[in-house]
Design a protein around this ligand. Sequence first.
Ligand code: APR
Ligand code: PHB
Length: 396
Amino acid sequence: MRTQVAIIGAGPAGTLLAHILAQAGIEHVVIERQSRDHVLSRIRAGVLEWGTVETLRRYGLGERMDRDGHVHNTINIAWRGEEVLSIDTVDRVGKRMMAYGQTNIQEDLYRAADERGAAIVFEADDVALHDLTTDHPSVTWSSGGSSGGSAGGRTERLDCDYVAGCDGFHGVARQSIPAGLRREFEKVYPFGWIGILSETPPLPILLYANHERGFGLCSMRSPMLSRYYVQCPLTDTVDDWPDDRFWTELLGRLPRSQAEQIVTGPSIEKSIAPLRSFVAEPMSHGRLFLAGDAAHIVPPTGAKGLNLAVADVLYLSHGLIAACKGDPGPLERYSDTALRRVWGSVRFSWWLTGLLHRFPGQTDFDQRAQEQELYHLSQSALAQAAMAEQYVGLPY
Ligand code: APR
Ligand code: PHB
């Protein structure tokens, strides 16, 4: 097989890139390790920057988002027991955000792919990238092997002009850049988040809580689907968190006025995620270009992961389209352009994580400094504007 762009990974980054390339008439094939159902079963964050909203609309992916998503314009932080600091992003920076789950975006992307009859290879095992520093790279994989198909592990090969590594943090693309040419920056946080979905009406606002028992977050997916998180030790498993314990802990971390409004119910999903910041530089190697979680991870505190993947894909699609038309300049600049924004979101997510969590071993001094920063944020329109500007997303 031959194509112009081989895309590794059919998560949000890979399928959005495919969608944009299709609209520009660029041939591509998407190769995904998992099944479609498996990809759709992953629950991820759900707050879209306004630039993400506009990007999805521009490429014809906004219909269900505009119908079912929830536009909001406040960042709410509960701290010191009863106070809720509410930062109005429209007042501060003239922009809003949208609550719309990544799972829904993935469904919308797969539906759009079905409508255009797109080529997505699912359940591809042993994906490997070859000859990336030549002008004839290729991708191989085995199909129908351990994933249970009937072909019994046949090796497939795709020749291409460019490879887009959109295969997430545990993918093969980043590892295909020789270790000596790659620099990795990492921060692992000493706690995780346990999150639940419940079919109960959410709070009308997105609420972050800094509490002496640890961080808590109230978020939403739809009028009858709520998403909640609490900070937990890394050693915990979901078995340590029966629903009753989760609700008691969440409500205990919220001001009473907010806790009283929470409607509890059985969880329909429960998972624990560790928190990590990670950046790999550069985001390109020869004809390989990384986008999304393949190149970087942020802690979920600022809900930046998906938004950053969308920004990468926007830059990368422009670069690939220009290169296919004979102008290699934007693609050569892709890594530098993308990394500028990546570090902006990585720094912001790290800062917000530090502001809102209780760290094991946090000293009284650290505690006072954190309280002072929250107090300053509550008093200063400039500090609120700086936070809001980054939360709703910097311009591309
Ligand atoms: N070969 C092919 N596909 C692979 C391989 C591989 N070796 N390894 C991983 N994949 C697939 C995964 O199964 C997954 O479907 O690549 C896809 C990567 O998708 P994501 O992990 O969702 O990453 P990305 O598309 O960059 O999405 C950005 O936003 O909210 C954040 O972290 C969240 O997933 C999210 C991200
Ligand atoms: C979510 O809705 O899952 C969510 C919202 C805000 C965050 C993180 C996750 O900062």
